[in-house]
Ligand binder design. Structure first.
Ligand SMILES: Cc1cc2nc3c(=O)[nH]c(=O)nc-3n(C[C@H](O)[C@H](O)[C@H](O)COP(=O)(O)OP(=O)(O)OC[C@H]3O[C@@H](n4cnc5c(N)ncnc54)[C@H](O)[C@@H]3O)c2cc1C
Length: 533
């Protein structure tokens, strides 16, 4: 099989046009061609009036070696690499060690799935409820202002990514193609097959829910076990080695191999780990607001008259500005055609995030506009001071919102001219249960507010209308990544606690669904190696 990269075609082209371009690129006739399929599809919209589709195509041809020899110096034509994932081992029939995985987010889910596929009969412990039950609890906050501290957007089957846009791209290096394995497992579980080749794939919330259930069924069919409403309250350690966990219900489970995939919001668990002496460090993260614009504004800016073309979908963006006060402001977790959601996991807090459905056809585009903060400058007091800082501003948002889970909001025009907002303009808020208009200057530290004030007009130069008067800011976005890193060694084990495998976003090793899932595979392999050594 030959792989052609950077094959560019105009936006309006047919399947035959693609095949013709392949033949032309390889300088072959139809009689040498067997078949081809798209490995990657993206678009190049740098020139709005001349948008190109960009393909990576795998082509099956007769006389492959002969054809390839003609392109020896062509970096865009190569042999198709082997990206197939192979399990590194199988558990011995006599294996009695059952690894424990704490957390059922993308990291814990993939770690458990791979361990189950290798025959290690893992046990996954999840503090929240199964995904259908959890959905009811999450909707209860969004619709009726009823909050459940153990079952919400952050906690429960599927982890933080379940009610999301389901964007599946990452910038991490992935030389072993673990990302492909993740996507293949997601497709087996019901994700749309095009996630395997789209440059920026996404799944959407509704499908994520049934996918998570399907992965659970696969794990169980392979001898794994999943226990919901099983919060780990204590890590049991003897002579620097893990021996098991104590659960909130008092039960004890023994294991010498424990994967810690608890996400960035398990603040009580962070405190417990710190108390029992697991080595961790404070780490940088970001805080800011969600911004909403009409999706049509973003589409028009990026795609011009091609906006709405089915191959392009709803446009996204990525923005960054380095401020005079030394801070960086950037857009984060952009959700085209989506909604802003209430994402707290603690009572009396307000936290924003974003999600969308597969169709991405809601009226508004949203993203977080956040400011980078660091432990050295902003929360030097102690290792968990970043958590204290997050809590402070989340509680402040709760107060500003009226202490009933409404989120504080302000129109961009008013935010820039430092006036409280009193009425909505053309952009309707998507956040539920509701937002309360006011003054967001009190919702974040001064340095963050002034950095965002400086950045918005700069972003407006890149996307005309970004700082439009009626665009809406909603606060506060505090859970951009973990405020701590639980350091691990080359065996993926904690620096000072043998048999503990800190993993995923909460431990500081991932920043999204795909990177968390990839980390889950790496850690599962490390556990398998350790058990068999
Ligand atoms: C609304 C929203 C939208 C998002 N959108 C996207 C997106 O489009 N694309 C993207 O890449 N990322 C997105 N993210 C981020 C993404 O969800 C996370 O990066 C990812 O889920 C991290 O995976 P994880 O497995 O490391 O942790 P999590 O998904 O946070 O999972 C951790 C799990 O551990 C459980 N847990 C915690 N403590 C304990 C304990 N003591 N005992 C037992 N269980 C415990 C929790 O209940 C949770 O289920 C979004 C996040 C949110 C909240």
């Amino acid at each position: 099989m030959l792989r052609i990269t950077e094959l560019k075609l105009p936006l309006n082209h047919s399947k035959i046009d693609l095949q013709t371009a392949v033949l032309h690129r390889l300088k072959i006739d139809l009689n040498k061609f067997i078949s081809c399929h798209i490995f990657r599809q993206s678009h190049d919209a740098r020139k709005r009036n001349d948008i190109k589709m960009v393909y990576t195509v795998d082509v099956d041809v007769k006389d492959e070696a002969e054809i390839l020899a003609e392109f020896i110096d062509d970096i865009y034509i190569n042999q198709t690499p082997d990206t197939e994932y192979r399990l590194i081992t199988h558990a011995a029939m006599t294996n009695k060690i059952r690894p424990i995985v704490i957390g059922s987010g993308p990291c814990g889910l993939l770690a458990t799935l791979i361990l189950a596929q290798m025959g290690f009969n893992p046990i996954m412990l999840e503090r929240g409820k199964s995904v259908r039950e959890r959905t009811k609890d999450t909707f209860a906050l969004w619709r009726k202002r009823q909050f459940n501290a153990e079952s919400n957007v952050q906690f429960g089957e599927g982890g933080a990514g379940t009610f999301s846009d389901g964007k599946l791209y990452t910038q991490i290096k992935d030389p072993n193609h673990y990302g492909r394995k993740v996507l293949q497992e997601f497709v087996k579980a019901g994700a749309p097959p095009e996630i395997l080749y789209l440059g920026k794939p996404h799944i959407g919330t509704f499908r994520l829910v049934s996918m998570v259930e399907q992965i659970r069924a696969t794990i169980e069919s392979l001898g794994g076990e999943i226990r919901f409403q099983n919060r780990v309250d204590e890590l049991l350690i003897q002579n620097g080695k893990v021996t098991g966990v104590q659960l909130a219900n008092g039960g004890i489970l023994e294991s010498s191999h424990i994967v810690l995939a608890i996400g960035h919001s398990a603040r009580d668990t962070f405190a417990m780990l710190n108390r029992v002496g697991v080595y961790m460090e404070a780490k940088p993260f970001s805080m800011g607001f969600r911004i909403e614009h009409p999706q049509s504004l973003i589409d028009k800016c990026h795609f011009g008259s091609s906006a709405g073309h089915p191959l392009l979908g709803a446009a996204d963006y990525k923005l960054v500005h380095h401020c005079k006060n030394g801070r960086s402001v950037y857009s984060f977790c952009m959700c085209p055609g989506g909604t802003v959601v209430a994402a707290t996991s603690e009572e009396g807090h307000v936290v924003t995030n974003g999600m969308s459905q597969y169709s991405r056809n809601e009226r508004n585009a949203n993203s977080a506009i956040v400011v980078g903060i660091t432990p050295e400058i902003d929360y030097p007091e102690h290792v968990l001071a970043g958590v204290d800082l997050q809590r402070h501003w989340e509680q402040q948002a709760f107060l500003l919102g009226g202490e009933n889970y409404s989120a504080p909001a302000q129109l961009v025009g008013d935010f820039l001219t430092q006036q409280p907002s009193t009425q909505f303009g053309s952009v309707e808020p998507s956040y539920t249960p509701s937002v309360k208009l006011g003054d967001l200057s009190y919702a974040l530290p001064d340095y963050a507010v002034s950095a965002i004030r400086e950045a918005l007009p700069v972003f407006d130069k890149k996307i005309k209308g970004f700082a439009m008067h009626d665009a809406l800011l909603t606060g506060v976005e505090t859970r951009t990544s973990s405020p701590i890193r639980i350091k691990r060694n080359e065996k993926f084990q904690s620096l000072n606690t043998v048999g503990l495998y800190p993993a995923g976003e909460g431990a500081g090793y991932a920043g999204g669904i795909l990177s968390a899932a990839i980390d889950g595979i790496k850690v599962a392999e490390a556990v398998a190696r350790a058990i068999q050594s």
